[in-house]
Design a protein around this ligand. Structure first.
Ligand code: ZN
Ligand code: ZN
Length: 367
């Protein structure tokens, strides 16, 4: 037996997530169907499964850490190891051929019927939450026949292809051993309708347009999502998959988001910066007013408390940050230039703290 840490290429200190990630990566790489000319691929894949089987189970992992391979001999503390391999492939995205290989290993996978859809939100809807209606297509039970596939009022009979077993035995795929596959003729139900439902041609499934109200919680981020169980496709003989709704938040003409805070830029004049002023400012709650203190420097960020995004966990709201941008006038007339020159002469450098420090440092540098 090989060291499962070596097989997966992880450290002994690897976390459960590290192990899962390593397994996923290796499983994709050594997938025998992608290494058709390598006869050892299937063996390597089995070893990967065995290694993951041990390291993903805290008890088995502890047994291996303590006893090494001895822990997995029949009769050992962690053993007997082997037999039906059951790996949690729930979040692996596997294609059909790969699924066949896993079937041969006794692992159950298949299309879980999950659907992904986007929901577009305005900045305000994302901030405060909203009720939105989405429409999408999914495969669902046929209402006419209740999913049974038989024309209402008619009967079903035993499937001739699988003799009612619901599965057929086939010697195909990567392993030269016969494996059970769901019967295609009856959709693994074991029975076929005598006279198929005309609305679903006997499949029991139909594509339907769904309309669903989505409760958007306050403070959702662009790209975050909500999962709704049972609203995905219904795959035969399984419960319906999950609908994943991903929120796409439109950009705002004034605001951008920084965590629970929102940030906007406010252009002000030199006079407003020097003398102070009270100005009108957009907030998420409508028009607001803000005081600019006298002597505000360019690049200053003023804070309006409680005007940001509602906080998901702590309650309350983030802040609105206002980045002050002092605009320098352009296209001056001659009299305006004269006035500014007179102001400059009057001010000198004495009232400009940053400038004075800068000039002092400059003198030090060259003396
Ligand atoms: Zn039907
Ligand atoms: Zn059948």
């Amino acid at each position: 037996m090989k060291d499962p840490y070596q097989v997966l290429g992880v450290e002994r200190s690897a976390t459960a997530d590290d192990i899962k990630a390593a397994f996923r990566k290796q499983a994709m790489k050594h997938h025998p169907d992608r290494n058709a000319d390598d006869p050892h691929a299937a063996q390597r894949f089995k070893e990967l499964n065995a290694a993951y089987q041990i390291l993903s189970d805290p008890q088995k992992r502890a047994a291996f850490d303590r006893f090494g391979p001895a822990g997995f001999r029949p009769g050992g503390p962690g053993g007997p190891f082997g037999g039906g391999v059951s790996v949690d492939f729930a979040d692996l995205n596997l294609d059909g051929l790969f699924g066949e290989l896993l079937d041969a290993l006794g692992i159950k996978v298949g299309d879980r019927g999950d659907i992904q859809t986007d929901l577009s939100l305005t900045f305000e809807e994302a901030a405060f939450g909203a009720k939105k209606t989405i429409t999408y297509d999914r495969i669902a039970h046929c209402d006419t026949c209740g999913g049974g596939g038989a024309k209402p009022g008619t009967r079903t009979r035993t499937c001739g292809t699988c003799n009612g077993r619901g599965k057929t035995r086939q010697a195909q795929g990567v392993f030269p051993i016969p494996i059970d596959r769901p019967c295609q003729a009856c959709g693994a139900r074991g029975r076929v309708p005598e006279s198929p439902c005309s609305d679903c041609t006997g499949t029991g499934l139909r594509r339907k347009k769904e309309e669903l109200e989505i409760d958007v919680p306050p403070g959702v981020d662009n790209g975050s999502s909500k999962r709704i169980d049972g609203m995905g496709h219904r795959v035969r003989n399984r419960k319906a998959g999950t609908l994943q709704v991903t929120f796409r938040v439109k950009s705002h003409p004034f605001f951008r988001r920084a965590g629970d805070d929102i940030v906007c830029t406010l252009p002000i004049t030199f006079a407003q910066a020097a003398l102070g002023d009270e100005v009108e400012i957009p907030t998420l709650d409508g028009k607001g007013r803000m005081r600019i203190p006298a002597g505000t420097q360019p690049g200053t960020s003023l804070r309006i408390r409680g005007k940001g995004i509602p906080k998901k966990i702590m309650g309350g709201r983030g802040d609105q940050l206002v980045d002050v941008q002092v605009e320098v006038p352009t296209q001056l007339t001659d009299p305006q230039k004269e006035l500014i020159q007179r102001l400059a002469d009057e001010l000198g450098e004495s009232v400009q703290p940053q400038r004075r420090t800068f000039v002092d440092k400059l003198k030090d540098l060259f003396n």
